[in-house]
Structures are given as C-alpha cells and as structure tokens.
Unconditional design. Structure first.
Lengths: 216, 216
DNA sequence: GGATTTGGCTACTCGCGCGTAACCTTACGC
DNA sequence: GCGTAAGGTTACGCGCGAGTAGCCAAATCC
C-alpha cells in the first residue's frame, strides 16, 4: 500500500451538521454498551463510518464527546417530558402525561436512556451533573405532590415529600430499565402500570394513611 | 537509593486472611468511587497499605478482584436480608423486616452498596451477574405479593405482578441511594417510609383498584 | 480558473496502568 | 539451628488507546 490508489470517490462528503449527529449516534451507542472508559474512540469513529481525527475535529476530546452525548440525550428527554406535562393541568393528568412521554422516550431511545442512567450515574466526572438533573426531577415531582395535597387542604413535611418523590422516581426508572430490556413491551402500557402504582400508592399515602412498625 | 537501607521492620506481617479482607475493603472503596476501569490496582494496593504484587498473589487479576468484591458484598447483603425475613412470617412482617435489614446494610456498607448498584450494573462483564441477582430479588418480592394476594382469594397476571415487583424494588433502591448520600439519615426511619409507600401502595393496587387513562 | 475553505485520511507519539520477574526476610516446623 | 514456606518488596515489560502531525481532495467563492 505504498502508492495511493486514486480510488473512485466511493463515499460522499457530508456537511458537518450531519456528520456530528452520526458521530453522536455512534458515541451514544458505544458509550451505552461499554461505559465511558471501556469505550474506545476508534470504535466510535468506526461505528460512525468516519476516521478518528474527524471526531476530534468536530466534537473534541473523549470527555467532551461524552458530555455532548449527555447533553443531547438529556435535553431530548427533558423536552419530551416538559412538552407533555403542561403545568396548568390537574396533577394526575400531568403525572400521566409526563410518565407517558418519559416511557415513550425510553422506548424510542434505549441507548440514550442506558447511557444516562446506567453509565453516567456511576462515572466520576459526570455523576454530579446527572445527580443534579435527577434532583431537579425529584423536586418537580415533589412540587406536584405538594400542590395536589394543598388543593385538598392537607400538608406534609418537606423531607416526607422528598422521600416519596424519590421512591416514585426510582420506581419509574426501574420500570424504564425493564422496558429497555424488553423490546417487545409497550411503552404506553408500561406507563399505565406505573401510573397505577404511583397514583394509587401516593394517593393513599399522602391521604394520611400510614403503616406502623410492629412492636417487634 | 542504591543500597538497601536495612530499615527496622516498622510494619508487622499479617496473616493472609487479614490482608485479604483489608485488600477487599480497599478495593470496594476505590471501585465504588472510581468505577472498574478508572480504578487502578496501584491505588487499591496503596489504600490497602500493601504493595501491588501482594494483591495479585492473593486475589488475582483486576477482574477477579472485582468479582471477589461483588461476591463478598452481594453475599453480605443477601445474608442480611434473608436472615431477617423468615419465610414463615406474614407478608407485611416479612416485607418490613427485609426492608429494615436492607436499609441497615446500605447504611453500614455505603461503599459496598455503591459498588453493587452504581458501578457493577453498567460495567459490561459484570452487568449480567448483577442483573441476575436483581432478577432473583424481584422474583422473591413478586412471590411475596402473590402469596399475600392468594391468601385473600385474589389473583393477578404474572406480568402484572412482575411489574409491581420491579417498581417496588426500584423505589427501594432509589431510597437506598438517597440514604447513601445522606449520612445523617436514619436507616430505620427510611425503612419505615419505604414500607409505608410499598405496603399501602401495593395493597391498594393489588386490592383491585385501578387508575384508568383519560379519553385522549 | 485559481485561491481558499471544508471534509477527510494514514500513520504516528507517548503515557498510563496491568501484570510479572526476581529477590528479600521473618516466622515456624521439627 | 536450620530448611522451607509464607509474607513482602522494587523495578520493570509491554500493549492499548487517547490524542496529533501532516497531507490530500473536493466544493465553493469571486
């Protein structure tokens, strides 16, 4: 391979914007499967159908690339949920629409979901950012619960609310993982199931009923 | 440093069993903070107060070391829960004791918990094993729910049960993470909160009440 | 139709970190 | 008290993968 065989320009040149999206797609896919450290830039480049220096030219270092992925997927997800759960709706309707949008997102972007919640959460320089994102989500849910409660003239301690919100978010994420691993499952149906658990459970709980530990 | 300065034997020699535990402690700590790939064997060795070849001599390669950690922490956790939740107790008592043991474990072994659920879940060669462990847990929970239901003469589809169990486990894990990040929080109290949410929520849900999506 | 910008490549450097070879020394069996 | 196993060390080989230098070619501008 000493002489460059002036091969026919088999593959076309594409504008930067397009290539960047292809690279991000490939990166999300590889990162989600392998994790940050085990993923190699070479594999990402190959998967994107381009050579490594192009990735560096467009998206920067590995860390910057990871952040760019996080950013795109996080924004997509946030937008999907926020767009669905308009703040002027009644609480259960809001929760329902939010859940439906969320499970819809997970069903349609399994790699993105896996990257956000299976990889980024435990990987050091990024865990903080993800935790913050999640904390905001928890706050929103807690706010919804609080709002719904006040409308009924009830009130609950802040920590109490936060804990219920955490449980709700955790249950939802867990079902999302279940969904991600069951390609045949229906996002809509999963959302309905979660809504059942959330609304009835939280409703009961915040309605004032409590379970008390036995004397032991 | 050409000549070996025959320094006084400042540090004592310890039997293998002790050193192994020290190494595992260090490894769990480092792995939980950095993740499998970003953790270095040098750091683990240093943290254990020993030199690297000893780690290799006792626990084998990095991968084997990780598995050994997983094994120890997983067994500790499983034992703690299984020991508390005797199968001949009534369902709510069993659930309560299991939750209490679980949150007790997380409170006492935050690093172990972080390693199991923040790191191992997303790291490729180990994710499978962890997923299996989790799946068994879900089955146990589903079994408990099923048992409780049948005792009341009710019955629910298998998928339905599994989904509720997933949600319950996810909610519990989420609260565990909350606990891991709030050193001041009380594991016992957290367990009570989770029990509230689980028992009341699941009870309602499995009692036959359902929430139905609105027309649109 | 030249100049320049934009898209693209091959082929390297270089450091980090896993795993090991070779060697030392204290305790213990007998 | 002396051989040998068990605890311990320093110092290195070596591969893999992040990041780069340097170069080519097709659009696009004017």
């Amino acid at each position: 391979m000493l002489a460059r065989v002036s091969s026919a320009p088999t593959f076309k040149r594409l504008p930067r914007a397009v290539r960047e999206q292809q690279m991000l797609d490939a990166a999300v896919k590889v990162f989600s499967r392998r994790g940050f450290h085990a993923a190699s830039m070479d594999e990402i480049a190959e998967d994107a159908g381009i050579s490594k220096p192009m990735v560096y030219a467009y998206l920067g270092t590995k860390e910057e690339l990871f952040i760019a992925c996080l950013h795109r997927e996080g924004t997509r997800m946030t937008q999907a949920i926020a767009g669905a759960a308009a703040p002027d709706l009644p609480a259960d309707e809001r929760l329902w629409r939010g859940l439906r949008a969320f499970f819809g997102f997970v069903g349609a972007h399994r790699d993105g979901w896996a990257m956000l919640y299976r990889q980024a959460r435990g990987t050091q320089p990024f865990a903080g950012e993800l935790a913050a994102m999640r904390a905001r989500l928890v706050e929103v849910v807690a706010g919804m619960l609080d709002h719904a409660l006040r409308a009924e003239g009830r009130e609950v301690g802040e920590t109490e609310l936060e804990v219920v919100a955490y449980a709700l978010v955790g249950a939802t994420e867990s079902l999302a993982d279940w969904l991600a691993d069951h390609p045949e499952a229906d996002p809509e149906k999963t959302a309905t199931r979660m809504m059942n658990a959330a609304w009835l459970g939280a409703g009961q709980l915040l309605g004032g009923a409590t379970w008390r530990p036995p004397a032991n």
